[in-house]
Design a protein around this ligand. Structure first.
Ligand code: CA
Length: 225
């Protein structure tokens, strides 16, 4: 499910967008001013941001500039909403890195259509960029399912690969054992959380020197670094 963040101070518009996005099965977060919008974007890393231009505290241009400046948020696509239809606003918005813009009043249908187009484009880009993840000591290739440590191929079971891939794709994020069972094993039946520990231990052993990428956070869970 794609997660969208709406940053817009006009509550009616927020509600209308939220209603329509939820109807289309999107997850929605919202902020009513620029600085809380920026904070939410950093925290939640949404898949797309719908950003109004005229906002209290920090305007849409500033929010956009800040998002594009930080590596953590630079890749999040942005659709700018603007009340002014002057070319300057549009050009400025796009120069700052916004992916698209819509002039108020706009049709919800059109907005949803553009959201879908942009998400599709980014999804393809991301998948391509992530075909292989390379570190000096470790290379994980999603397409060939090959893992190399210091140039040598390592044989992993399907589940070990899935686990490694999931953690690596979400680099830096900490996952509890329960969360990993849900998201990697994806089963409803009760599997002991110890299963995760066992897989993690084997995975680490197989990765040898590159095993250090897998960090245990005592009492919390695991993360890839
Ligand atoms: Ca506004």
């Amino acid at each position: 499910m794609s997660h969208l963040l709406i940053i817009e101070d006009e509550k009616d518009i927020v509600e209308a967008i939220e209603y329509n996005l939820k109807k289309e099965n999107f997850k929605v977060s919202k902020a009513y001013d620029g600085s809380s919008g920026l904070r939410l974007a950093r925290e939640k890393k949404p898949d797309l941001i719908i950003l109004d231009l005229m906002l209290p505290l920090l305007d849409g241009f500033e929010v956009c500039k800040n998002l594009k400046k930080e590596t953590k948020t630079a890749d999040i696509p942005i659709i700018m909403l603007t009340a002014k239809s002057s070319e300057v606003d549009k050009v400025l918005g796009l120069e700052l890195g916004a992916d698209d813009y819509m002039t108020k009043p706009f049709s919800m249908r059109e907005l949803i259509a553009r959201v879908r187009t942009i998400l599709k484009r980014y999804g393809a880009k991301k998948a391509f960029a992530l075909a292989a993840l390379k570190f000096p000591d470790l290379e994980i290739n999603w397409e060939t399912h090959e893992v190399k440590v210091l140039g040598g191929t390592v044989e992993l079971t399907a589940m070990e690969f899935k686990l490694l891939q999931y953690l690596a794709e979400n680099e830096g994020r900490v996952f509890s054992r329960e969360r990993l069972l849900d998201n990697v094993w994806g089963v409803e039946v009760a599997i002991e959380t110890r299963t995760v520990d066992v897989h993690m231990r084997r995975l680490r052993e197989k990765l040898g020197k590159a095993g250090k990428h897998l960090k245990t956070l005592r009492g919390v869970g695991y993360k890839f670094v």
